[in-house]
Ligand binder design. Structure first.
Ligand SMILES: [Zn+2]
Length: 335
């Protein structure tokens, strides 16, 4: 075949590929664009049942103020006035509460595009992109001990977990590396920059939580991804809706998909309580140009969880759960 014809048929083949990819993701977006906006408490909302039907999901009332939408593969439950939803068995915090108006439930368009669509209709990576190179960030280090409970310091256990995780990821065929291999201090933005220079496909920042005071009630796992521009965060410091866009916001949909798979895997495999996928403008997430999450793997302030965090066998189990989270993310996004 003459090179000209070969080039032309290649171009056609690529055009068909691009078109079919567009057709696959378009319905979710057109459905949202067509919906009328309703202003509630000064914010734009859309009617949940209309959006669900537009993307072929079945709405059903479970009780007054509680709406479920389902497909063959998915189940989402929304409760009036709450930011927390149940999304395929995992809790996820929306940026604004579910609102009732004229007997219907409403959500904000930004929660549709940055929470529901990325998880229910995951987009594939571009051809040639893979999930291979994973940079693990061992939280804190050096002069920054992180949380301190008695004589135990968070920085020691994030490094131990990072090393265990790197070993398991390598065994599973990935290419892992760690931001620090010893008790050294690295500035926060430099950690994401290191990931960029190493050509990371994913960035996983490892931390352990503290409830402020020792309490059995405050326990469980939280996985954070970056707050979308102009929406409010979930964390207690709760940066408001005024904050603009950062580098990490280019990955909003992948960030949420990764956080969701990770939360699901950790909750299922470790039995830690599900405190939900949350969003915050942490410095390492703002600066990460690749899909990135920050894992708070239990509370050092809870005596029963602290015992687990300090136990090498339990950390093995935690690392295995994180590897599984990476694998299920990979399955959703690799073409
Ligand atoms: Zn920390």
């Amino acid at each position: 075949m003459p090179p000209g014809i070969l080039r032309a048929s290649l171009k056609i083949a690529i055009a068909i590929l691009v078109l079919s990819a567009a057709v696959l993701t378009a319905p979710a977006q057109t459905a949202l664009a067509r919906l009328p906006r309703v202003s509630i408490a000064g914010q734009d909302y859309v009617r949940l049942e209309d959006w669900a039907r537009g993307v072929s999901l079945q709405p059903k009332w479970l009780s007054k103020g509680e709406l479920q939408i389902t497909s063959k593969w998915s189940r989402v439950v929304f409760t009036v006035d709450q930011r927390k939803i149940s999304l395929n068995g995992v809790n996820v915090w929306l940026s604004a509460p579910v609102a009732a108006r004229h007997g219907s439930l409403h959500v904000t368009p930004v929660d549709v595009t940055t929470v529901l669509q990325p998880v229910l209709f995951p987009k594939k990576l571009r051809a040639g992109q893979r999930v291979q190179n994973i940079v693990i960030d061992a939280g804190h280090g050096g002069k920054d001990p992180g949380n301190q409970e008695g004589r135990e310091q968070e920085k020691k256990y994030t490094l131990l977990l990072a090393k265990e995780l790197a070993g398991q990821l390598a065994k599973a065929g990935f290419k892992p590396s760690i931001t620090r291999n010893s008790d050294s201090f690295i500035e926060l933005p430099n950690r994401s920059d290191l990931a960029r220079r190493r050509g990371a496909d994913l960035f996983l920042s490892l931390h352990f939580n503290s409830g402020g005071r020792t309490s059995e009630e405050t326990r469980g796992v939280e996985v954070y991804c970056l707050t979308p521009a102009k929406t409010s965060s979930t964390n207690a410091r709760g940066e408001g809706a005024s904050a603009g866009s950062s580098a990490g916001n280019l990955q909003n949909d992948k960030n949420m998909l990764l956080a969701h798979q990770m939360q699901k895997s950790i909750v299922t495999r470790t039995g830690l309580a599900d405190r939900g996928v949350r969003r915050a403008r942490f410095a390492v997430l703002r600066a990460a140009e690749m899909p990135a999450v920050l894992i708070e793997g239990g509370f050092m302030s809870s005596p029963s969880e602290a015992r687990k965090i300090y136990d090498p066998d339990w950390r093995k189990q935690m690392a295995a759960a994180i590897v599984d989270g990476v694998k299920s993310y990979q399955k959703q996004v690799e073409p």
